[in-house]
Design a binder for this molecule. Sequence first.
Ligand SMILES: [Zn+2]
Length: 382
Amino acid sequence: MKREKNPACRNVLIYSNRVSDYEYSPSHPFKPARARMMLELLNRYSLFDRNESIIKEPEALKEKHLFYFHTYDYIQVLKKCDRGAYKERWPMHGLGTSDNPVFKGVYDYSVKSAGGTLTGAELILGNRARMVFNPLGGFHHAMRDRAEGFCYINDLVIAIIHLVNSGKRVAYVDIDVHHGDGVQEAFYDMNSVLTISIHESGYTLFPGSGFEYETGEGEGRGYNVNIPLLNYSDDEVYLYAFNKIVPKLLEKFKPDVIVAQLGADAHRTDPLANLNITSNAYGEVVKTINEFAPFIIATGGGGYNPNKAASMWALAWANLTGQKPEDLYAGAVGGMMYGPEKDAGSLYDEPFVLKGTFKDQCMDYAKKIVEYHKNNTFHFHF
Ligand SMILES: [Zn+2]
């Protein structure tokens, strides 16, 4: 594989203070500030090696890129909302709801936070990066003509279409606890993009989709892979389901680029979801995805315990760049900024193992999902 000659550009963190400073509303659970917190942790854990990595500002998406996926009408309405003056609801376009509020600068925020993922795609197409991480992106619920689930512009779909138009074979892997429904919809009838999402079942969680039998249609059959898990599933269940399905598919599909949505809300402390995943399983899964990626664009996404999300993204960065986190403040006297004292010195959690009937139910369900894919999805690939 051809790698960037200047090693200074192998890893790129997409970051902008201005974008990170936006706030949906003080009480809104989605916090763009997590990107700044991640950067602070990269410094604290000595993970931002300036010989290997650079920070790049996200470039705002141009209309031609927005229209890869979004409708003209939706973009016009979103643009009007930028002044923050539209107080009435826009039910047609999902705007002005408590999930997707209209705030001053909402258009600017959306085209820049989402733009970072396309900036990443362009760096990779220009062979100027091996890995790009945009913690400001990951808006997998945004639909063609409406905002959904805190997502206004679908950066993932736009970046993938841009890569595919440039002749790249792209696999999308989504480990956010919510189903990546917007990305699924965009590529449902295509076999040029392999779309994989592992998440808490739609029976118990927004957006209520992402069942195993949603496998794509027409040419796309078998190229849309959902791995729903029961609420309470722990690391063991998660790793079992992931490892039985995802590596095999990625190995066969042989992507040029993997676009990975690394939402951190599967974590057991997340207030909006019900899985029992620790940073240990999360870190493992990121490593595995990276092994199959000649080039990779990673994004943030969900993660509503902001400290934990920032720490999981710092761990993801470590695993994507092949580094070991080392706490520069370990043993320092004084309070810890991130998490309780016992977590000092590590981005890894204490192990957590679910026991009893719940565990059996979760594992049985995961086995059923693995069997389903062996019988209904794999034969499109093998
Ligand atoms: Zn989520």
